[in-house]
Design a protein around this ligand. Structure first.
Ligand SMILES: Cc1cc2nc3c(=O)[nH]c(=O)nc-3n(C[C@H](O)[C@H](O)[C@H](O)COP(=O)(O)O)c2cc1C
Length: 405
């Protein structure tokens, strides 16, 4: 089985006349970065006052739809959305939300909404009072009942100079929610399965201002969370240190130390069908962290360290045979050998041996090379693949192990 982002389906972006329309260009660029090239746009007449058809045409390579009665494109309010991967209205004005909720079809966007056979997402964005108005609340409630994905706006400083709910979330978050809604509709082998992804590094306190940590960025964990979720799973993430932003559709628990990670993992693993330990967990922690900041002096400093609890091993001893356990081994040498050893010692189902300490693989790198070692004895080397591709490949291997399709 091969798993991937489903990038071939058409994404239709509707843009109505709200101030956040300037951000929609960023959302389209973000989707394009993720490989979605089949993007069409619909612009309301008032939307066109905020962002021009020229801009949208230039970035998508396709002329936006603006007029239901445009000669030569009549009936495209139907063909555009029957079928489509998703219709996402970004931003959705109070007016457009009201029209959708009431079934008014008096322009291209509202008519296409009624005709749409794919999933629909709206990102309402407006002044806080407009958003809180009982009519808007009622209309959004109705849209949710009608099966529309409503992306709640952020609260914060609004273009009108006031503070409150109504801000359109950042482009990456909107793009996350669009691709998630689209993939939920498509389904996938992991539908109904729960996956716990543990990601990033840990930071062990030396004193109140210093920690012992590692170079993990969380990139691989993020890619795995995306791959399993886009392949249908309910994914939860536990993350330590690292710079990545995790997908907006995954509940996220933040931890710092190896011991906090252990507690969080043991609590959340009970519910999971699959646990993916992609975290770089400290093997040792300071035995006696100082209560006060350690002062500098001229003497050498010796730090006493004690071993931490091995999280994957603990999971293996509790859940081998009842849950699928995927572990990672970051190694500077003998990657395959160590991965095989780890698989047996930790009672895991799959170990991803990762080459670290080289520029094109491992911590922080976009790519990775190493070996996949499975419990059935298969050893599969991989050479400098992108972490997102590797994540989908790992998900496909797990699906095959579980005989899911
Ligand atoms: C400068 C300006 C900014 C506006 N921003 C918003 C907004 O953020 N959200 C909203 O719901 N309406 C906003 N409006 C009002 C809408 O443009 C108006 O309700 C319009 O009828 C919406 O048309 P449409 O939904 O067909 O695009 C704004 C109007 C102006 C003049």
């Amino acid at each position: 089985m091969k798993l991937n982002r489903s990038t071939v389906q058409r994404i239709v972006i509707g843009i109505s006349g709200g101030i956040a329309a300037y951000k929609t260009v960023g959302v389209i660029r973000e989707l394009q970065k993720r490989g979605y090239r089949n993007i069409e746009t619909i612009l309301t007449a008032n939307g066109a006052r905020f962002v021009t058809p020229v801009t949208l045409g230039a970035i998508t390579g396709k002329v936006p739809y603006t007029d239901t009665f445009e000669s030569g494109r009549a009936l495209s309010h139907i063909s555009l959305v029957q079928p489509c991967g998703i219709l996402a209205v970004v931003p959705a004005t109070a007016n457009t939300v009201a029209k959708f909720s009431g079934g008014i079809a008096d322009d291209f966007l509202s008519t296409a909404y009624l005709a749409c056979t794919g999933p629909v997402l709206v990102a309402p964005s407006m002044n806080a009072e407009m958003y809180r108005h009982p009519v808007t609340v009622r209309n959004l409630t109705q849209l949710k009942k009608d099966g529309v994905h409503v992306l709640d706006p952020d609260a914060g400083y609004l273009a009108c100079g006031t503070e409150g709910p109504g801000r359109m979330p950042d482009s990456e978050i909107v793009a996350d929610m669009i691709e998630y809604a689209m993939h939920r509709h498509i389904g996938g082998p992991f539908s109904g399965k729960k996956v716990l992804v543990v990601s990033g590094g840990t930071a062990e306190p030396v004193d109140p201002v210093r920690t012992l940590t590692n170079r993990s960025s969380g990139r691989m964990g993020k890619a795995l969370a995306e791959a399993f979720a886009l392949a249908g799973a309910e994914v939860e993430v536990i993350a330590g240190t690292g710079t990545v932003r995790y997908p907006a559709y995954c509940p996220l628990t933040r931890i710092e130390t190896a011991s906090q990670m252990l507690d969080a993992v043991l609590e959340k693993a009970t519910e999971a069908d699959i646990v993916v330990m992609a975290a770089a967990v400290a093997d040792y922690t300071p035995a006696k962290p100082e209560d006060e900041k350690k002062k500098k002096d001229k003497n050498d400093l010796k730090l006493e360290l004690k071993p931490t609890v091995d999280i994957l091993k603990t999971l293996g001893s509790r859940y081998a045979g009842s849950k699928i356990l995927v572990g990672f081994a970051a190694e500077t040498s003998n990657v395959t050998e160590y991965a095989k050893k780890k698989l047996t010692e930790k009672k895991a189902d799959l170990i991803v041996g990762n080459q670290v300490g080289v520029p094109d693989s491992g911590f922080g790198a976009e790519k990775s090379r190493g070996t996949l070692v499975s419990r059935d004895g298969t050893v599969e080397p991989f050479n400098t693949v992108r972490k997102d591709e590797l994540a989908f490949h790992i998900a496909a291997k797990v699906a095959a192990m579980m005989e899911l399709n």
